[in-house]
Design a protein around this ligand. Structure first.
Ligand code: DMJ
Length: 643
């Protein structure tokens, strides 16, 4: 919007009407714009009045009137030092000067005032001639400009941080033809999943591959946050799918916005979005990912405003109001949710130099350390108001799983200096082995669920990740029990493979029993589904890395073929409702973790070990690789000295 030239005498434009500080709300900005029009009209009227007065007042009072009126409003007081006033290049002299020159000057002055006045009126008329739509569009543009300025001011530049050792971010090409072909096939599956999401679900959180449209669940809130894009980025990167990676980057740069009135799961957003963005940043070095991760983390912080500092399960990104899931025991927060923040939050403090993230997760750890644990086990539920445990249920599967994983990984990502985390992991695993791990009648090792002192002989697909965790934690274990833990990992991998092998489709059910004659099979109808989960393949991959036993690649390939045969549809990949049925129904969801985890672990299983080596990278629970940080002390002080 242009401002009419209100410059009657001084030749100096009156500056455009001040729009106020950019922190004013958009609403205020709209009002200011309307005020501008009103002011414009008042000023025009005022000039007309003065102009008229100039002609009708007696001669002697003209200059005086001029001084008192227009000068005060429009003319800067510039003292020339010669008893004269410089009025925009017109010198008005005192009495006794030549009458003729005086008239001429007066005439010129009058003409100038008239011309300026007419121009101002013309411009004002032009403005008022504009249609309502044009004016509204101009107001919108102005509002957007202000919003952009506010945004710019809010995004403080982050301090430059030396990148940790980033070894093996591409490569891994296998020598033998057969493995290379398998790896290529998995890459092709990734392309199929991505291109269909690109075509039918772009910007939505997930894809419905049968209906060929976008999909979402309540964990992502009510907004389109492109969960699949963020979750898939690092898989695209390591597969060398750089075009697709760029597409994702552009979407994130232009569309990923966290100022939305949407209630999201703190845990899911942390592992998928913050984890995904951080991994994409480390792999590609593109600042946009780091900035978005930090913006989002800021939106999660209000979730920690509870009487204990144990975060709520959900937070509204706009209002910062948090709450817990209605189904969780007596308003509790969930162990696997508030206990799966450490890796990402330590990286956030590392990248920003702001200890707040580190302090939040260390506070949780301190609180847990102080609490009594029934039978040495961590219950799945903790009330964030009272700081007391809810129901005494313990699981290495759903509701508990990644809490244990993150204790181990906190130690690994600190270059094994966070010995406090390692101790907590060792203690927890010892109690789990004692109370939850058993051998079935058929000789299968399984991890059951502990419910108020009773062991339920049921294992979830989610629990199968623990095979990989035991193998990963073998090195550095207490009393030199590395061999034992590697063996335990192998046994869990075997059991989970059995759970796949004993189905019709060779894909594993959601949960399987070791009870009443059942051996690694689902009994209840609502536990027979497979939703493209990664945990079994994740364990095959870790076991492959630590043993190079070819059976892990063989099992991984069986799963790949089954996914290709039964889950692949024209519009992507779908979960299936019953792995024991030869004519399964589709659930019509392509989960974002299929691209983030399942396909990534498969690709790594058929790659050489130099791709993302485990002594330099630690994978978060959503398979997003984060580099090991060589930190002095991240354990006890609460003052993070990261550099
Ligand atoms: C993933 O989102 C993560 O692995 C999480 O820790 C639990 N499981 C799902 C996939 O099954």
């Amino acid at each position: 919007m242009t401002t009419p030239a209100l410059l009657p005498l001084s030749g100096r434009r009156i500056p455009p009407l001040n729009l106020g500080p950019p922190s004013f709300s958009h609403h205020r900005a709209t009002l200011r714009l309307s005020e501008k029009f009103i002011l414009l009209l008042i000023l025009s009227a005022f000039i007309t009045l003065c102009f008229g007065a100039f002609f009708f007042l007696p001669d002697s009072s003209k200059h005086k009137r001029f001084d008192l009126g227009l000068e005060d409003v429009l003319i800067p007081h510039v003292d020339t030092g010669k008893g004269e006033k410089d009025l925009g290049g017109f010198l008005i002299h005192g009495q006794g000067h030549d009458e003729h020159r005086h008239r001429e000057e007066e005439e010129r002055l009058r003409n100038k005032i008239r011309a300026d006045h007419e121009r101002a009126l013309e411009e004002a008329k032009e403005k008022l001639k504009k249609s309502r739509e044009t004016i509204q569009a101009e107001i919108e543009t102005e509002k957007n400009k202000i919003a952009q300025e506010i945004k710019k001011k809010e995004t403080k530049p982050l301090p430059p941080v030396p990148l940790p050792n980033l070894i093996g971010i591409n490569g891994g090409e296998p020598e033998d033809e057969d493995t290379r072909e398998k790896r290529e096939k998995i890459k092709e599956m990734m392309k199929h999943a991505w291109s269909n999401y690109r075509k039918y679900g772009w910007g939505h959180n997930e894809l419905k591959p049968i209906a060929m449209k976008g999909h979402s669940t309540n964990i992502f809130g009510s907004s389109k946050m492109g969960a699949t894009i963020v979750d898939a980025l690092d898989t695209l990167y390591i597969m060398g799918l750089h075009e697709e990676f760029k597409e994702g980057q552009e979407w994130i740069d232009h569309n990923l916005d966290f100022s939305v009135n949407s209630e999201v799961s703190v845990f899911e957003v942390n592992i998928r979005f913050i984890g995904g963005l951080l991994a994409a940043y480390y792999l590609s070095g593109q600042e946009v990912f780091k900035n978005k991760a930090v913006q989002l983390a800021g939106k999660l912080l209000p979730a920690f405003n509870t009487p204990t500092g144990i975060p709520w399960a959900m937070v509204n990104l706009k209002s910062g109001i948090g709450r817990n899931w209605g189904w969780a025991s007596a308003g509790s927060s969930i162990l696997a949710e508030f206990g799966t923040l450490h890796m990402e939050f330590v990286h956030l403090s590392y990248l920003t130099g702001d200890p707040v993230y580190f302090q939040k997760v260390m506070h949780i750890r301190k609180l847990l350390q102080k609490m009594d644990r029934p039978d040495g086990l961590y219950p799945n539920y903790l009330n964030p108001k009272t700081g007391r445990w809810g129901q005494h249920h313990t699981s290495v599967g759903g509701l508990g799983d990644s809490f244990y994983e993150y204790l181990l990984k906190a130690w690994l990502m600190s270059d094994k200096t966070d010995i406090e985390a390692r101790k907590m992991y060792d203690d927890a695993i010892e109690a789990i082995e004692k109370h939850l791990i058993r051998t079935s009648n058929g000789g299968l090792t399984f991890i059951g669920e502990w419910k108020n002192g009773h062991l339920e002989r049921k294992m979830g697909h989610l629990t199968c990740f623990a095979g990989g965790m035991f193998a990963l934690g073998a090195d550095g274990s207490r009393k030199d029990k590395a061999g034992h833990y590697l063996q335990l990992g192998a046994e869990i991998a075997h059991t989970c493979h059995e759970s796949y092998d004993r189905t019709v489709l060779k894909l594993g059910p959601e949960a399987f029993k070791f009870d009443g004659g059942a051996e690694a099979v689902a009994v209840r109808q609502n536990e027979k589904y497979y939703i493209l989960r990664p945990e079994v393949i994740e364990t095959y991959w870790y076991m492959w890395r630590f043993t190079h036993d070819p059976k892990y690649r063989q099992w991984g390939w069986e799963a790949t073929e089954a996914i290709e045969k039964y889950c692949r549809v024209r519009g992507g990949f779908s979960g299936i409702k019953d792995v024991y049925s030869s004519a399964p129904a589709y659930d019509d969801v392509q989960q974002s973790f299929f691209l983030a985890e399942t396909l990534k672990y498969l690709y790594l299983l058929f790659s050489n070990d130099d791709l993302l080596p485990l002594d330099h990278w630690v994978f978060n629970t959503e398979a997003h690789p984060l580099p090991v940080l060589h930190l002095a002390n991240t354990t006890l002080s609460g003052n993070l000295d990261l550099r």
